[in-house]
Design a protein around this ligand. Structure first.
Ligand SMILES: Nc1ncnc2c1ncn2[C@@H]1O[C@H](COP(=O)(O)OP(=O)(O)O)[C@@H](O)[C@H]1O
Ligand SMILES: [Mg+2]
Length: 248
């Protein structure tokens, strides 16, 4: 459904961040991308989001070549990126096409906030929210168009452990509703293995795919199960310098 075909990215300063990266995602699949800091995870996500242009290769969505941001792709970043002067409902409405009538945009934005449990906070300003609530609002903004593809770049890494687990559950619950195809960048191997159908390890300079690991375990998965622990060992072995470099 989403095909990344021999993508390379060389920045204007000559730095080659990615080379020969190919990945194919099934519709509804959750793919996690892990790898050491600086290996090109965000660059890969930004390429799929249409925020960067590949130097080589193509990205196809349902067979159509992507060029630039698409309403069919929602994006969530590490920081919520809410506009501080706008109420939550208006922040979420920002994810919608301007051609829709305002009343319709507000109706859809309210529905999206309700989906993430923030119905009571429509009129709140971002600064009054906790980190977890702000990130929920960012997810609502990304999902307001009900996009078939959702990209997430370390969406929970700024949150405390309990909030992170709650949002992981929330993400799975939202995913179960529409089953969007998801690419989740994370430096948390446990998060990758808990959420994803497949985990890809990026590594090297320029970044390439070093390992693809299927996680064929039914959900909900026990967080401390032996099956996940065994997969974790395999991922860990593929990461060159261990946890120190992994910490973002
Ligand atoms: N606009 C840019 N110009 C030059 N180099 C960049 C740019 N953006 C990112 N890079 C470099 O590309 C590499 C990969 O960055 P990034 O994709 O952010 O890594 P990750 O998300 O895996 O930590 C890093 O070395 C980073 O410094
Ligand atoms: Mg990054």
């Amino acid at each position: 459904m989403l095909v990344i075909d021999r993508i390379a990215k060389r920045f204007a300063n000559g730095y080659e961040a990615l080379s020969q990266v190919s990945l194919s995602l099934r519709a509804g699949e959750i793919l996690a991308v892990v790898g050491a800091s600086g290996c090109g995870k965000s660059t890969l996500l930004r390429l799929v989001a249409g925020l960067e242009t590949p130097s080589a290769g193509v990205i196809l969505l349902d067979g159509e070549r992507l060029s630039g941001p698409s309403p069919r792709i929602g994006v969530v970043f590490q920081e919520p990126r809410l506009m501080p002067w706008l109420k939550l409902v208006s922040n979420v409405a920002f994810g919608l096409p301007r051609r829709l009538p305002k009343a319709e945009r507000m109706r859809l934005a309210r529905a999206a906030l309700a989906r993430v449990g923030l119905a009571r906070f429509e009129d709140a300003l971002p600064k009054t929210l906790s980190g977890g609530m702000a990130q929920r609002a960012a997810i609502a903004r990304a999902l307001v168009t009900r996009p078939p593809v959702l990209l997430l770049d370390e969406p929970f890494s700024a949150l405390d452990a309990l909030t992170r687990q709650a949002l992981q559950e929330e993400l799975l619950r939202l995913w179960a509703e529409d089953r969007p195809t998801m690419v989740l960048v994370t430096h948390d191997l446990d998060e990758a293995l808990y959420l994803a159908d497949r985990v890809v390890v990026l590594g090297g300079h320029p970044g390439r795919v070093r390992l693809e690991l299927e996680v064929s375990l039914p959900r909900p998965r026990p967080r401390d199960g032996t099956a996940l622990a065994a997969l974790r060992e395999r991922l860990f072995a593929e990461l060159p310098h261990g946890p120190v470099e992994l910490a973002a």
